[in-house]
Design a protein around this ligand. Structure first.
Ligand SMILES: CC(C)(COP(=O)(O)OP(=O)(O)OC[C@H]1O[C@@H](n2cnc3c(N)ncnc32)[C@H](O)[C@@H]1OP(=O)(O)O)[C@@H](O)C(=O)NCCC(=O)NCCS
Length: 153
């Protein structure tokens, strides 16, 4: 599918949307939104294993990204982040529209369950794309556990 993101999605600034991001730019974004930095080799693995990736680039640097992995039955939206200076200008929404277009293509053969773990207070950002917070009539709350062998030492 060919999408002209700036034209079709009415973004107020005009980044270039690409399907790649460097490990360093990933860590810059991750740190800027308050999540620290990840081990570069792990980031590379995560990027390589992504089935869909969209990055908003301005002057050769990524100012936002989002990515999706899926196994055929379920998909996971990850790393939706925009540099603080560029937030509130439509970049997150534009990237999510790319994500949703990818997922809709994927769903054409029997449907797919899409999961995401919203950061605290960001639920309404995702609700505009049809996501529902748990617990609800169908599901319990999402559950997570951080596991780190190193931290236990
Ligand atoms: C959440 C985030 C990706 C949104 O990106 P953004 O570029 O600032 O958002 P946009 O400018 O595209 O906003 C799109 C819409 O979402 C709404 N929105 C933006 N941030 C929101 C938030 N934190 N909570 C609820 N709604 C939000 C806007 O009001 C806008 O609504 P409108 O289209 O009706 O005007 C960005 O704020 C961010 O990176 N936050 C830190 C990282 C994070 O928490 N990511 C989510 C992880 S699950």
């Amino acid at each position: 599918m060919s999408i002209d993101y700036n034209k079709d999605f009415n973004c107020s600034i005009s980044p270039t949307y690409t399907n790649y991001i460097t490990v360093e730019d990933y860590n810059i974004l991750f740190e800027a939104v308050g999540w620290g930095r990840c081990i570069p080799a792990r980031v590379q693995m995560a990027l390589d294993r992504s089935d869909y990736l969209i990055a908003a680039q301005i002057e050769g640097r990524a100012v936002g990204m989002a990515r999706v992995t899926h196994d055929g039955l379920q998909a996971l939206i990850k790393d939706v982040m925009v540099l603080p200076d560029y937030q509130g200008q439509g970049i997150g929404k534009t990237m999510m529209k790319g994500v949703m277009a990818f997922l809709e293509d994927l769903s054409s053969d029997g449907g797919i369950l899409v999961n995401l773990m919203s950061a605290r207070g960001k639920d309404s950002f995702y609700e505009q794309f049809g996501f529902k917070s748990g617990p609800n009539e169908k599901r319990g709350p999402g559950m997570t556990k951080w596991i780190s062998k190193d931290a236990a030492k």
